[in-house]
Design a protein around this ligand. Structure first.
Ligand code: FES
Length: 68
């Protein structure tokens, strides 16, 4: 089994749905910048729900560029 699409486990933000941070970043960039839009696009937070706050914080982080 070989895959050139190697996934870093750290990149998965929602283990239940296998949603990656990269995926969420892409959604934010395409205008789906709230938790509801991301949930409906990926199913994230619909499993155990433990990633909810992590994703909300991640969205916030992505929307607010780190101050220099
Ligand atoms: S880790 Fe996202 S719903 Fe369980």
């Amino acid at each position: 089994m070989s895959s050139n699409e190697t996934k870093n486990p750290d990149d998965i933000i929602c283990g239940c749905t296998g949603t990656s941070k990269e995926k969420i970043k892409q959604l934010i960039q395409s205008g789906k910048s709230d938790i509801e839009a991301i949930t409906s696009a990926t199913g994230a937070t619909t499993g155990c729900g433990s990633c909810d706050v992590i994703i909300v914080n991640y969205i916030k982080q992505q929307k607010e560029p780190p101050s220099s």
